[in-house]
Write a protein that binds this ligand. Structure first.
Ligand SMILES: Cc1ncc(C[n+]2csc(CCOP(=O)(O)OP(=O)(O)O)c2C)c(N)n1
Ligand SMILES: [Mg+2]
Length: 469
């Protein structure tokens, strides 16, 4: 099969993107993630990776040529010698054929509205066809927990944590691949590498406890049990999205599972979570609020105000700092003199702990104790988890500010691989069973994208809903 290589939307402020050089020759094999070519935008020079493995067969835009995001600059095939079918040359006819179902026809109508959109539609054509095929085959969801019956309780918990982390990782990677193909609207801030913090903390919470997330919310929301379909539809701006298509990736929510709307203003959720915790306390409820934030947020005024207020009010809130060493491209050593951010808790008369954020069991043990303290009315705790984001700060960030050795050392501590080995060696869970979990997650993800693409656009009238109280 032939696949188009496009210029993804790299967040440049406008104008053409210049091809600097191709790092792969025609005919050469690449793995997913290998750099294909380098581009220059008005913001930065960036490497564009392959979204899948295959053979580079045609370079359509050469060094020094300029193109727009979405333009096809090369073609790949799965095998080295198959015939190339240029997807950009396909007629729009098949799109109409795929549009036989009403849900898909909406997408197609929108895509065929302008010349540039028609070009995208030709690319979507292949995907829509796939989407249709996928819906035809009913997805067999097998209950792996049941299949693994007889495992001790700890194994059940660890298997559930593994499944949840795999779902988050694969989902974020799937979105990234779609983003590289120009199929994801808007921007992405992703959490690959940080899954153990989200899952370790949220698996120690009750459903009616409330989490407050950030500009990097997908892992937190999925860990708290939010609907994958509703999150995906939200990313595509659909009416079925978890906030009706108004929020996009940075503003996800699901009140039914205790996930307040995530907040992209750095540090802003800290006082809000504190206020929520104070409300729980005033109402005599034993619910707990959790605020997630990054190392960058610890130097924001709202951090100090929020933690101080929570301490003096004995508010049932747990502050979870995901210290991934960077705030955008700035290393923590440039902005912060102390080595343990948790030490700041002492300034507010609060307990603070630093722990390994790549170990879901360690994360959960510490979080469970802090959550229990809060629930028993013993006040807030600051938890700092050391972790690492594998991808860039947002969509097209090539991470040129991080040393290769640093990245390698963190990848070697991967939180999912750690649990895989532990389940296999200490609990006797077979590779086959773990593989089944991964396949099920992948199918769930593909079904969610299918749901999002087939969902209706919000109506114009809905713009004014939920705006005024
Ligand atoms: C108050 C505020 N300042 C700046 C920004 C732009 N911004 C968005 S994310 C980010 C970095 C945040 O770093 P950190 O808190 O460590 O979280 P991470 O991205 O590492 O998860 C910045 C500076 C913002 N959204 N809000
Ligand atoms: Mg950070």
């Amino acid at each position: 099969m032939t696949h188009s290589i496009i210029i993804p939307d790299l967040g440049a402020t406008g104008g053409d993107v210049k091809i600097v050089e191709w790092l792969v020759r025609e005919g050469q094999h690449v793995d997913a993630g290998d750099t294909l070519f380098v581009v220059e935008t008005d913001k930065a020079t960036e490497e564009i990776p392959a979204f899948r493995a295959g053979y580079l067969r045609r370079v359509l835009a050469h060094a020094d040529e300029e193109r727009l995001p979405g333009d096809v600059v090369g073609l790949m095939t799965d095998t080295s010698d198959e015939a190339i079918v240029d997807p950009t040359a396909a007629s729009v006819e098949p799109v109409a054929a795929v549009a036989a179902t009403t849900s898909v026809s909406r997408v197609v109508r929108r895509l065929t509205a302008s010349p540039r959109a028609r070009h995208l539609a030709r690319q979507h054509n292949l995907d829509l066809a796939n989407v249709k095929a996928a819906s035809a085959s009913a997805i067999q969801v097998r209950d792996v927990v049941a299949a693994l019956e007889g495992q001790p309780v700890a194994a059940d918990w660890l298997i559930a944590a593994f499944r949840r982390m795999v779902l988050i990782r694969r989902y974020e990677e799937h979105l990234y691949q779609l983003f590289l193909q120009g199929l994801v609207p808007g921007t992405l801030h992703q959490c690959q590498g940080q899954e153990a913090v989200a899952v370790g903390v949220c698996s120690s919470l009750r459903r009616d406890d409330m989490i407050f997330s950030t500009h990097r919310p997908v892992g937190h929301l999925l860990a708290k049990g939010a609907s994958l379909n509703a999150i995906t539809a939200e990313i595509w701006g659909k009416a079925t999205g978890c906030v009706g298509g108004k929020g996009g990736q940075m503003h996800l929510a699901d009140f039914s599972v205790g996930a307040m709307v995530s907040n992209a203003i750095v540090g802003a959720n800290i006082p809000i979570a504190t206020g929520c915790a104070m409300a729980f306390k005033l109402q005599g409820l034993d619910r707990v609020a959790v605020s997630f934030f990054g190392d960058g947020a610890c130097n924001i005024g709202a951090f100090h105000e929020g933690l101080n207020l929570a301490a003096v009010q004995d508010a049932p809130v747990v502050f979870v700092c995901e210290n991934n060493l960077y705030a955008a491209s700035t290393h923590i050593s440039v902005t912060t003199r102390i080595s343990n951010l948790a030490d700041r808790a002492a300034a507010y008369g609060m307990r603070g702990y630093t722990a390994d954020g790549m170990d879901v069991e360690a994360v959960s043990a510490l979080a469970a104790a802090a959550i229990e303290r809060a629930r028993l009315g013993k006040g807030p705790t600051l938890l700092e988890y050391r972790t690492y984001r594998y991808r860039g700060h947002s969509r097209g960030d090539p991470c040129g500010y991080r040393a290769d050795e640093e990245q390698r050392s963190w990848l070697a501590r991967d939180p999912i691989e750690r649990v895989r080995i532990r389940l296999n060696q200490d609990f006797g869970v077979t590779e086959e069973n773990l593989g089944t979990i991964e396949q099920e997650c992948q199918r769930e993800i593909e079904a969610a994208v299918e749901f999002a693409l087939a969902s209706p656009e919000p109506t114009a009238e809905s713009c004014l809903e939920h705006v005024f109280a």
